[in-house]
Design a protein around this ligand. Sequence first.
Ligand SMILES: Cc1cc2nc3c(=O)[nH]c(=O)nc-3n(C[C@H](O)[C@H](O)[C@H](O)COP(=O)(O)OP(=O)(O)OC[C@H]3O[C@@H](n4cnc5c(N)ncnc54)[C@H](O)[C@@H]3O)c2cc1C
Length: 372
Amino acid sequence: MQKTASLVIVGGGVMGCSLAYHLTQLGESQVVLLERGALCSGETAKSGGFVQTHWTSPHEVKLIHWSRQFFAEWAEPCLFRPIGYLHTTGSEREPVVRQVHDMLLALGFESHWLGPREVKKLQPLLRVDDLVGGAYEPQSGWVDPIRTTHFFGDAARQRGAHLHEGVRVLQIAHRDGKVQGVETDRGFISSPRVVLAVGPWTSQLHPTPGVPLPLIAKRGQVCYMTRPGGLPRTELTFYDEVTGLYTHPDGDTNLVGLDWHFEPVWGPDYYEREIDSDYLEAAHQALSHRFPSLSLARPVRGVVGLYDFTPDGHPIVDGPLGLEGYYVAAGFSGAGFKSSPALGLGLAEMILHGQPRTVNLDFLKLSRFDKP
Ligand SMILES: Cc1cc2nc3c(=O)[nH]c(=O)nc-3n(C[C@H](O)[C@H](O)[C@H](O)COP(=O)(O)OP(=O)(O)OC[C@H]3O[C@@H](n4cnc5c(N)ncnc54)[C@H](O)[C@@H]3O)c2cc1C
């Protein structure tokens, strides 16, 4: 293993690997990435891979739009399925959904408003009697998070980066306000720049208590269910405001998720990994309501993971933070995958050029939490 590096990335999830990809693409080849397990063994592997621009913050929408174009360009290695995204609503939430739809049009992005009859035509299996319609994005869909992470990692390696698996970072070393490197369970690596991209484990390694990060890890869950009879016929990524159900087909199963409470955990390595039976029941109920012909679906797999939340639901992608050479990318609040290409590029430009050039990351600065 190298003893020196011009930059160390800690964490081999989609964020660390996207950063390594973009840094090496911009010409920085002396990059070392350290992952304590195997690449993509953290929260990225649990991601549903939803990529849709139907999101409330215009800043974030622009990042997702940029990323969606990236996924479309690299559709094969990332396994992008642009099968469309439909976001349905009843009358109560209609204004909110229309607001996002209008915002997307104002930004010049594609979104179509469909009435119940058009919704039914698009997806005949849907029950629509309690819906007033929905917003539809034909260009969106879902992407394989594991394939994407390995795509980023492989490309970075080919351009000279060193990605080490099975190396745990114990602490970030610093002196006189400057990063010195990282202490690992395989020895010290000297480096003037270190980026923490360790998801829910960020607070464990954050070296400057004087610059606190407002992060809290919470437990969340999704499940996969069988699709009796090969249904639904129409491929679609889908969210429903009435039931809180979200789903997309994945092989011969469907990912089935539900808006559900997130629970604080004792620590990122101490939480209940078994899916809750009442969650399974409620998810099945919501699926059967919205897709009556899927009422025979049965759960085959539960996925329980951590969401690293910030108070405003936006990540912190910023640096230097309290120390020369120290950067953080964390707090993705359950939605980091869909904008990971744009975030990796923006952070790479921030590190190499002082600020992002291609995308705007101003709204992700830690200092936003200083404001009264
Ligand atoms: C159930 C679930 C579903 C989701 N669905 C979606 C979705 O549909 N769309 C979407 O956009 N987002 C989704 N997300 C969110 C998305 O998965 C995350 O925001 C994103 O994967 C975060 O990536 P990351 O690289 O920051 O973290 P991680 O993938 O967790 O990577 C961090 C890595 O750091 C490593 N690490 C930790 N400590 C150390 C150490 N001391 N030394 C070395 N390495 C260390 C870990 O092993 C891990 O591999 C979902 C999340 C969950 C949990």
